[in-house]
Design a protein. Structure first.
Length: 327
């Protein structure tokens, strides 16, 4: 058997990748980092076939050639999308070549006959779809909040009234809007629906939204699944006014974190959900209610974990190393 060689797809400054690569070095495992955005401006991919099929696939970078058939695992971390060569000044041509490059790399990474963490790009795309997550979670026995996904003001008004105004909304996918020209970013995560929001609900015709009744919280849980290993961390978001609605507003100085003894049946559901989505890694967000119910919110197929590891000591990075080098 060939020695492990891990290809890490990510951008510069990825502390999560750096942490795991340090562990790989300690184990004597070779790793190579590549960012899809470097293709085709600073790298080249070459595939060759003869009459019997594929004979060669090589990635050429500024560091030299990499025979992709020696790669034993691909870790899809946080790569940027391919970008057109800067010498192309025609916008239409640049957009076309960027799309061609994206098609090339997407097919390439999908075709490599090795383990891919968290999963193939196609699986990641499906796993990010929140309606799919909720459907599978309910099938597996999770309690999920009643959920409305709509672009109709009338539907939101009815949902708001049925829950006495105690509802939240959250985006379908990205929680931010970047205005590159103005140089600022608008962030909208989980938010209470205010009277002003209800009055302007006609704006939903421009973009769908997810609405759910507010679920009371004792604590929130980030459950990180690595293979069949489960690492559950308590996030005491209710200790902080800033993080009380959504712990992703991060008030780490006032928000306690601790290891959580997750019941076996809940842990098994987290693993099963990850597997049903075609993943070997996933970050599951749950609420533990004051009356002891575990309520599923969502799964991030490529969620962050370093702050959890640093605050609780849970060995998530080492578990990822184990997964990347497993035969």
């Amino acid at each position: 058997m060939s020695s492990p060689h891990v290809l890490v797809l990510t951008r510069d400054g990825d502390g999560h990748a750096d942490r795991v690569r340090e562990s790989l070095v300690r184990r004597g495992v070779r790793s190579t980092v590549f960012d899809n955005a470097d293709y085709p401006a600073r790298s080249c991919v070459e595939l060759a076939h003869d009459s019997r099929g594929l004979t060669r696939r090589v990635l050429y970078t500024e560091s030299g050639p990499l025979d992709l058939d020696v790669v034993t695992a691909v870790w899809w971390r946080r790569p940027r999308p391919p970008a057109a060569h800067p010498d192309l000044t025609d916008p239409a041509v640049a957009a076309h070549t960027a799309q061609e490059a994206a098609t090339m790399l997407s097919g390439l990474w999908e075709s490599l006959p090795c383990r891919t963490v968290p999963g193939r790009e196609s699986a990641l795309t499906r796993a990010r779809h929140k309606p799919t997550q909720l459907t599978l979670a309910a099938e597996l026995g999770f309690e999920i909040p009643e959920t409305l996904i709509t672009g109709r003001a009338e539907a939101l008004w009815d949902f708001h009234n049925r829950h006495d105004g105690h509802i939240i909304t959250k985006p379908m996918n990205l929680p931010w809007v970047e205005d590159l020209a103005a140089g600022h970013t608008v962030i909208r995560k989980c938010e209470f629906v205010s009277g002003r929001d209800v009055a302007y609900a006609a704006g939903l015709r421009f973009c769908p939204v997810i609405a759910q009744p507010y679920v009371p919280k004792k604590i929130e849980l980030r459950v990180t699944v690595v293979g069949r290993r489960v690492f559950a961390a308590e996030i005491h978001s209710q200790d902080s006014n800033r993080a009380g609605m959504d712990w992703r507003r991060y008030d780490l100085g006032a928000t306690r974190h601790a290891v959580h003894p997750l019941p076996d049946e809940v842990a098994d559901r987290c693993v099963a959900l990850t597997q049903r989505l075609g993943l070997v890694y996933g970050a599951v967000d749950l609420i533990l209610t004051p009356d002891g119910r575990y309520v599923f919110l969502e799964i991030n197929p490529n969620g962050q974990w370093l702050w959890i590891e640093d605050l609780t000591g849970l060995p998530i990075s080492e578990a990822l190393c184990d997964l990347l080098v497993a035969p």
